[in-house]
Design a protein around this ligand. Structure first.
Ligand SMILES: [Zn+2]
Length: 162
């Protein structure tokens, strides 16, 4: 009888703990919604019109590592047709979604303005503001288009929070 009571108490504690975990992790954050909202807000800030610049969001569960840096997202650009695909990995959270989306949208702006171009002959060669860079020899953090994107994304992130 004593053992049975003890078992009931343990069971009650376990259920209580499980409920506490479930309710503490439950939130109104939906990544897809937040991404869509942020894309729309950043579009306005960067003046990228919806009717002429097409952005598709793709959610992926694989990471891409680029010279030792694991990216949260990356963008494929087709500046000629103004078509872009932003790939969002599951590492994107409520805490970094604004910065990550803003960063990728800045790359779209760079493609649209023609400051950033990928070489049609060599996928490892990018041209930024008239200068060519082989990404195999320029680490991620030192690429001038990344430096620009990080700088502006912080500014946009600040504006988004206003
Ligand atoms: Zn970037």
């Amino acid at each position: 009888m004593k053992n049975k009571n003890l078992l009931i108490i343990i069971l009650a504690i376990v259920i209580g703990l499980l409920m506490a975990i479930i309710f503490s992790t439950k939130s109104d954050f939906v990544l897809e919604d937040r991404v869509e909202e942020t894309v729309a807000d950043v579009r306005e800030l960067l003046k990228l019109p919806t009717d002429s610049v097409h952005v598709v969001i793709r959610y992926v569960d694989k990471d891409i590592t680029d010279s030792g840096v694991t990216t949260y997202a990356w963008v494929y650009g087709d500046p000629v047709n103004h078509q872009y695909v932003i790939n969002i990995t599951n590492r994107v959270t409520r805490y970094n979604v604004a910065e990550i989306v803003a960063h990728e949208m800045i790359h779209i702006k760079q493609y649209e303005e023609g400051t950033l171009k990928m070489s049609p002959d060599n996928p490892n060669v990018a041209c930024f503001k008239g200068k060519s860079y082989n990404v195999l020899f320029v680490p991620y953090r030192f690429r001038p288009w990344e430096i620009e994107a990080f700088a502006i994304s912080h500014l946009l992130e600040y504006k988004l929070k206003q």
